[in-house]
Ligand binder design. Structure first.
Ligand SMILES: [Zn+2]
Length: 163
């Protein structure tokens, strides 16, 4: 069974928190134990997050509400995290999404790939990004995104969010 973890590092003027690999009912104790260490500028790195359950979603939303006065950004958001942000607006709180790790898969040989997308260059608020052509590392054929553009990038076009 995967267990949640928060790995916290102080970097120049900010706190970097690596979150993973699951956000579930066991995450709450970790949040409570570490909340005081987080400071006013926080970067959450979600590259390792694979699974989020409903208790985890609720607790994460409450956590974000408590961090309301901090400057929060989300980096390397896995698809599990982006799909949660799309469904539950408060999962993001006031955080700024800096980057996404999008999943691709070759339909021919099933080789998977992660494509790193940066805010401002690869995606922007208000519109769906241009689809990226990704070639399979193994067979060279075109890879296909695991999640469709309009589903994954819903957070960019949703009108009920203000940031
Ligand atoms: Zn392939």
């Amino acid at each position: 069974m995967l267990k949640p973890s928060l790995s916290i590092k102080e970097e120049e003027g900010e706190t970097r928190v690596i979150v993973g690999p699951v956000i579930n009912e066991d995450m709450r104790a970790l949040m409570a134990a570490n909340e005081m260490r987080l400071g006013k500028k926080i970067v959450f790195d979600f590259s390792e997050v694979q699974m989020i359950n409903s208790v985890g979603v609720r607790d994460w939303c409450l956590f974000m509400a408590r961090l309301n006065s901090a400057e929060v950004s989300y980096e390397n958001c896995s698809e599990a995290v982006i799909l949660e942000i799309n469904m539950v607006c408060s999962f993001k709180g006031k955080a700024i999404i800096k980057s996404i790790n999008r999943e691709y898969e070759c339909l021919d040989c099933r080789t998977k790939a992660i494509v790193h997308l940066n805010a401002g260059t690869d995606f922007d608020r208000g519109k769906l990004p241009e689809p990226q052509a990704v070639s399979c590392e193994r067979c060279g054929k075109g890879s296909t995104p695991v999640t469709a553009d309009d589903e994954l990038f819903l957070f960019l076009t949703a009108t009920d969010q203000d940031s």
